[in-house]
Design a protein. Structure first.
Length: 443
């Protein structure tokens, strides 16, 4: 046990061995849920676990192996090639002859190329192995279609702070963790670790282990030791000051609001400051990038269409590179948004159209713009009188595209800001042309 405590990381010592010890993913392994039933009834087939790091993909695979009494082979897509795959598959074939199931767990399966992924296919089809792949990338894009079609995909979510606190508390109480030691730590400090870990159980347990090892040790009257972990020790260990904040709490929403409104008010200095406040507090850069992408269309729109391109590029850069390198990409995007001309015309257009859409759901599509793939549809007037704009000199027609009850509605009202002024001029030309060429008018 001494060797276990000293030489193995806390996350490894506390790895759950049963579903009852597993924390999180209630949508999959909660009572009566589909994956739990498959495991408990020993009906597991090949599957892909898709989710962010540290949410239990490897642990679930090992629990499945333990529960089904299968041989578990851990296979790394980073260090293994086709030759290694064939060796493992031969071993699985031998196991099958003796009635032993083999679960092959492939971590980071998205790193395999097509040929490597195809090497698993015949063995999955013959039932020689149960393949469990783990990936942080969308399997629809990163796993071959042939292999993906033979696997059930389960989506794992990042752990919420309450789940993380439960996990950390177990680490303090469990003999495999710090259960044999007297550790004093405020609940707020434990929750800060949970929040800082950003949904990653390994990060949370590693941080807890670090702060306990660096805690203040005092000797009690009976000679026993007490380890006190203060907020100051936590901040030193994770290189964060009082910036740590609850990503699900009020301060989180206050700061993202401050970032958004600073960009809207064309204040790049304030925007960069609030960006730094969020990132240095441990906020997920992809969350910030998503908010900036929303801003690009909500507050800039066609006044500068390039804003959306820059926002999406910043998101992709954050995804590829991660923290801390991606801070410069987000800074570039935030400054661009702050300096860009502003227009909320696209947002206003959608919200007004949405109101009509919700209140007038039964409005029929005009027959002239309905598709007519069958003779019956053509005979009943679908598509009759349709005008193909490209066949006309001005690329314009007087064909009515709105339902009669909405005729004359104007949702998009462009501003004079930036290049949207060109859009406004073009729209006015289109409206004038339609008026002159008999476009239906509101009665």
């Amino acid at each position: 046990m001494l060797e276990d405590s000293q030489d193995r990381p806390l996350a490894a010592r506390l790895r759950p061995e049963t579903l009852d010890e597993f924390v999180g993913q209630e949508q999959l392994v909660g009572p009566g849920k589909v994956l739990r039933r498959l495991i408990e009834e020993d009906r597991v087939s090949s599957m892909i676990f898709w989710g962010p790091p540290g949410v239990g993909k490897t642990t679930l695979a090992q629990i499945i192996a333990n529960r089904t009494q299968a041989k578990f082979i851990n296979f790394s897509a980073v260090t293994s090639g086709i030759k290694d795959i064939k060796i493992v598959m031969q071993e699985a074939e031998e196991n099958k002859r003796f009635g032993v199931k083999t679960i092959v767990f492939v971590d980071e399966i998205h790193r395999f190329n097509k040929a490597q992924q195809d090497a698993f296919l015949p063995y999955v089809e013959r039932g020689s192995i149960i393949l469990i792949g783990a990936t942080t990338e969308n399997p629809s894009f990163e796993v071959n279609g042939a292999l993906l079609s033979r696997c059930k995909v389960f989506v794992l979510h990042e752990l919420v702070p309450d789940d993380m606190v439960k996990l950390l508390q177990r680490a303090l109480d469990d003999p495999r963790g710090f259960g044999g030691q007297k550790i004093v730590m405020e609940d707020d400090t434990l929750r800060m670790i949970a929040v800082f870990s950003n949904g990653d159980a390994r990060t949370a347990l590693s941080t807890l282990e670090m702060v306990v090892l660096n805690g203040d040790i005092s000797t009690d009257e009976d000679g026993s030791e007490t380890i006190t972990v203060s907020r100051e020790i936590l901040e030193q260990c994770v290189s964060k000051k009082s910036l740590l904040y609850d990503k699900n709490g009020e301060e989180h929403y206050n700061i993202i609001s401050a970032l958004h409104k600073s960009m809207r008010n064309s204040d790049p200095d304030a925007a960069v400051y609030w960006l730094a406040r969020m990132l240095e507090a441990g906020e997920d850069p992809l969350y910030v990038a998503r908010r900036v992408t929303r801003f690009a269309s909500e507050d800039i729109g066609l006044a500068d269409p390039k804003a959306l391109e820059i926002a999406v590029a910043a998101y992709q850069a954050c995804h590829f590179i991660g923290m801390p390198e991606c801070t410069v990409h987000l800074t570039e995007a935030v400054i661009y948004m702050a300096l860009a001309p502003k227009s909320n015309a696209c947002d206003v257009a959608y919200m007004e159209a949405r109101k009509d859409a919700l209140n007038m759901l039964a409005e029929p599509v005009p027959l002239v713009i309905r598709n007519a793939p069958t003779k019956l549809m053509k005979d009943t007037g679908y598509g009759a009188g349709y005008q193909y704009a490209h066949d006309y000199e001005d690329k314009l027609t007087n064909m009515q595209c709105l339902p009669d009850s909405l005729l004359g509605r104007e949702y998009y009202r462009p501003t004079e800001q930036g290049v949207e002024a060109r859009a406004k001029a073009r729209l006015e030309q289109i409206k004038q042309w339609k008026k002159e060429h008999g476009y239906p008018q509101k009665k």
